[in-house]
Design a protein around this ligand. Structure first.
Ligand code: SAH
Ligand code: SF4
Ligand code: F3S
Length: 472
């Protein structure tokens, strides 16, 4: 049977469920991890809607629960195990509840062993390479009443069509914005990172497929897209007709009706001059680059296999800022990589000041079995990691506040994201991704571009008043 036939078969089962119970089965999808996982959850949810499921409010009520998981740090995994433990008691009361585990965790052998040993109430398990086969796996479970575990080590050859079909669905959680995966996998092998092992080799989607997906999203009301890849700067290399990420950005910015283009993540070692020029010249491309530095110490950067020094990173920032004055740069930083001494950490504290980041995601190092760094013996004690982490967060928060303060009393362009329950209160984001809460007498719709005067600021958001709506 083809995937579409499985979708129809499950739809029939849902109709039968409705005839017996008087309602369609409810689904609850919870996502852990990065934007790529968020996007894939939207697509799984889209498949379920097509198959006849309706949204449930929580996992207790749902007839089917999906945990789309992340394994980049141990904490993310622990949360999922906690959730699964809780569902065990729910399943005793509701034996027909279907529990699905998918995403990056099942790609790790030790996770599968653990699921088989201690979480036998999980009904369906699949990984990152066969998510498009979810309808078949669900059909098998529903009709054969058995556990279905199918995890692959890489994509099956000749499945391009089915993968693209999965990738190009327009279902999404937000009416006006969507992520668009431009490439899968990662070839960088940073020594601490599990992603290349669970997401496979780098593989770009063709520009035609990407543009088709974006056009479909825009026709469906999307105004802002986030182009997703673990390292978007190396986009296009293995394609039949190689094209650069800069060229892709230029093509996408010509899509009529699209207002904002964001992208993540950029790797500092291969951010080209051509890309800087494209960001500068395409006015739909937001003036914001997320450029993970990870550490300010050259010794640690080398041990991390990042391919640049602190000085090279700063020189790159200089080139970017010379070309695009005022551009916001955010980053990722890991604290407590094995062998990190106080002097290495001071280098990190110093470089974040020099780099003048407008924000950062900060992480405590988490050893991941199977990565080279996990075999290093010189671990930093947990208390020291925590103490350094707190100092780092404080420094980053101060930089973020200073950045927000710069906007005080100025008028900024905001894309409306949401209306709060409180009358006349809206939220939106600036070009450089700062959250803004503002009041407006006029009713606004997500995706509207408006001018807002900033009247106050906090570390993580700004406050303002609506001025006018922009017509473009
Ligand atoms: N491809 C992106 C993001 C990958 S995961 C990039 O290269 O920037 C997001 C972030 O998680 C990374 O940037 C890194 O800061 C962090 N991270 C990855 N592995 C980690 C680990 N083992 N422990 C702590 N943080 C980690
Ligand atoms: Fe992980 Fe490095 Fe690839 Fe990012 S670039 S996903 S940190 S291996
Ligand atoms: Fe996590 Fe997988 Fe994303 S490990 S960060 S969900 S690629």
């Amino acid at each position: 049977m083809t995937d579409i036939l499985y979708i129809q078969q499950v739809k029939r089962l849902c109709d039968d469920f409705f005839s017996t119970n008087g309602y369609y089965p409810g689904m609850f999808v919870q996502t852990f991890g990065c934007q790529m996982n968020d996007r894939e959850s939207e697509k799984l949810q889209g498949l379920l809607l097509t198959m006849g499921y309706k949204e449930a409010c929580n996992e207790e009520e749902a007839d089917l629960v999906i945990y789309n998981t992340c394994c980049v740090r141990e904490n993310a995994e622990k949360r999922v195990y906690g959730k699964l433990g809780y569902l065990k008691s729910c399943k005793t009361k509701q034996p027909n509840k279907v529990i699905v585990l998918c995403g990056c965790m099942p790609q790790r052998e030790e996770v599968l062993t653990e699921i088989n040993r201690s979480y036998r109430h999980v009904d369906i398990v699949f990984g990152t390479f066969n998510k498009h086969h979810f309808p078949r796996l669900l059909f098998e479970h529903l009709t054969q009443h058995k556990r279905v575990i199918e995890v692959l080590e890489s994509h099956i050859e000749d499945e391009e069509y089915s993968i693209n079909e999965f990738d190009s669905q327009t279902t999404r959680f937000s009416p006006h914005k969507a992520g668009v995966t431009v490439m899968h996998g990662c070839d960088n092998y940073c020594s601490y990172c599990i992603v290349p092992y669970v997401r496979g080799r780098e593989k770009s989607r063709s520009p035609e497929e990407i543009l088709m997906e974006i056009n479909a999203l825009v026709s469906d009301g999307v105004k802002e897209i986030m182009l997703l890849g673990q390292n978007v700067n190396s986009y296009g290399q293995g394609l039949h007709n190689p094209i650069s990420f800069a060229e892709l950005l230029t093509l996408i910015s010509e899509v009529p009706g699209l207002r904002r283009i964001r992208f993540m993540t950029s790797h500092p070692k291969d951010l080209s001059i051509e890309l800087i020029e494209a960001i500068k010249n395409c006015n739909k491309v937001c003036k914001h680059i997320h450029l993970p530095i990870q550490s300010g110490s050259n010794r640690i950067l080398e041990a991390m296999n990042r391919g640049y020094t602190g000085k090279q990173y700063l020189e790159l920032l200089e080139r970017i800022r010379a070309a695009i004055p005022g551009i916001a740069i955010t980053t990722d930083i890991i604290v407590g990589f094995p062998g990190e001494e106080e002097t290495d950490f001071s280098d990190t504290l110093e470089i974040i000041q020099q780099a003048n980041f407008t924000g950062a995601y900060t992480f405590m190092y988490s050893p991941r079995k199977g990565t080279p760094a996990a075999d290093l013996m010189n671990e930093v004690p947990k208390e020291i990691i925590k103490e350094r982490f707190n100092r780092l967060v404080e420094a980053i928060n101060a930089l973020q506040s200073t950045h927000n303060k710069k906007y005080l009393n100025s008028t900024v362009e905001i894309m409306v994201e949401d209306k709060s329950d409180k009358l006349k209160c809206f939220t939106g984001r600036t070009d450089d991704n700062v959250l803004v809460h503002f009041e407006s007498e006029k009713d606004l719709t997500p995706g509207d571009l408006v001018h807002v005067k900033i009247t106050g600021y906090k570390t993580f958001y700004m406050i303002g008043d609506y001025i006018t709506t922009l017509n473009r």
